[in-house]
Design a protein around this ligand. Sequence first.
Ligand SMILES: [Zn+2]
Length: 716
Amino acid sequence: MKKLLFFTCLFLIISCQQNFKIDTKMNPFFQDWSKNYDVPPFLDIKDDHFMPAFKKGMEDNLKEIDIITNNTEHPTFTNTIEELERTGKLLTKVQRVFSNLSSSNTNLQLQELQRELSPMLSSHYDKILLNKDLFNRVEVIWNERESLDLTKEQQKLLKDRRNQFVRNGALLDSVEKKQIIEINSKISELTTAFGQNLLAETNGYELILNKSDLDGLSEGVISAASNAASLKMNQTDINTVKEKYKEKYLFTPHRTSMYPFLTESTRRDLREKLYKSYILRGDNNNESDNKNILAQIARLRSERANILGYKSHAHFVLEQNMLKTPEEVYDLLIQLWKPALKRAKAEVADMQAIADIEGKDFKIAAWDWWHYSEKVRKEKYDLDESAIRPYMSLDNVIKGVFNTTNKLWGLNFKERFDIDLYHPDARIWEVTDKDGTYLAMFIGDYFTRPNKRGGAWMSTFKGQSNLDGTQRPVVVNVCNFPAPVGDNPSLLSFENAVTLFHEFGHAMHGILTNVTYGSMAGTSGPRDFIELPSQLLEHWVSEPEVLKSFATHYKSGETIDDELIEKLLKAAKFNQGFINTEYLAASLLDMDWHTLSYKDSVKITNNFEKNSMNKIGLIDEIAPRYRSTYFAHIFSGGYSSGYYSYIHSAVLDSDAFGAFKEVGDIFDPALSSKLREHIYEKGSTEDAMDLYVNFRGRKPIIAPLLKVRGLDGSSD
Ligand SMILES: [Zn+2]
């Protein structure tokens, strides 16, 4: 035994020592990936490869910056701004893979690395953004910009680059700069902790049921829950744990598990249990509690904004957006809030009426919403969600979105089976343009699994640039759809199908992008603009012409009929009070957190959210779409003071789709190509409002959105 221990230790020491040496031959990050379309060689990448690659990436990056700042020639756009675009290639390469896998396929080692890396990276970028010599060069070019004969794209890049420095404190004195560095690093640690607590809380609760607890549940939901329990059983060798899941049914606060349960279960007590486990995530006064963390984040952001000369974090963020001030955002949100809340109250009354008729002796509560709204849907809209699913197999919906972009822009998709990916569920397609030109690789990773964070998103493993030759992107969509059960395919809800179109809209933004400078490619534009390309594509999935092109029954092969389509479309206006109210409540909550002055931010109490919601009159039957303690968009993602962006983009997408409706052809060739040219290809190379106006011929208006959502009074 002793001998064995000795050898183990020896091995550990050797492997530790090896870790410090950067082996440029074996580490895949130091190799060229171009022979495989720049798709990372996932099978070769081991968790141990990340840290050495990050360290070398940061080191190289700083050396490259030194070369720029040591250049004795007069600063020019070419020798400074353009050279900056060429820096940090290795770092970006490893960072993209790391951040993607940390979100979609994480493990304990990656999580540990994330904690370790997050302050290292934030301090690395501070070194660049607070580099005085570098900023001085940028400033010289900025002051000479009028005489430089720059293209429009170059002017925008110069402006963005200078802004980036100034917004990170380049104009501050050294004491203030130090404060900013410390704040950034603290925020970075806190946001990582927030996300990890949230994952722990979401995975930490399990509703394990017996056969006798399944009242009301459909066959599909039962077998998914039984599968989930079996999976847990098979993952362990410990008998007591096996016993816990044996012949049981497992539900969790993941939305894909919770929503079907809340909709179908007739056990009100269990609905309440599961719902509360969801809305109390991060708010359980345990080691994963997020209350203190998020209050600190809000305070630090407000402190940073004040140092940089802004009234609040929201003022700081919005300056870059299409809506430029908190007043403009509140104005938009409140305009929509009133009709949304009015509809929501009417929806509660509809549900209460059904409960009363059933002779139930209770007032509709938040955990009853899905169950009773489904009854209203069946009664008023005669649409049974389970009647739709058989037409929405994952492959059908993928085919639908591919067809749509083929008809709009002539794109073609060829699935590749010869490229290894990071998980067996992930798939990859080669995307080519109308004339056969290679455009991108597209990865789709659609099924839910425990080591994937919740929600759905688009990201890139490789960006696009035309600076030094043509470099095409590798784009990924990640979703949390139900995995196939038995021999049946994965059957999506219509909402899932809309999500797939949404994420694919982002993917299109990443795939069609065609800019010179990589930092301005794809989804690099302002938050309240970048949901336009995604949400716009959602409109096509609801068009009968498109539905008929892909929605065939997975068993009979029959195409979805007109009657079902009509019901589906009518049902789109259903529950809009709830959907808009929960969303707008979260948007307003985000704005309230981030318009705090520093003085007020130090006085935050745990009642902040409650007070904020009382102020707008949110009803008890609805919680904000995200409560603060699990509002990852704003406390661990990049959406602080920007959650409103979705609805602002919705104003844009409803108005933009209106253009197709006006000409009476949803695939109108002239409009399609204008859309591609001005919206999907341009990245952030021009001001977002200019891009929109170039496509639409005028500024956006709000009326089409109110009509689309049935909030214009026509459904009252
Ligand atoms: Zn989106």
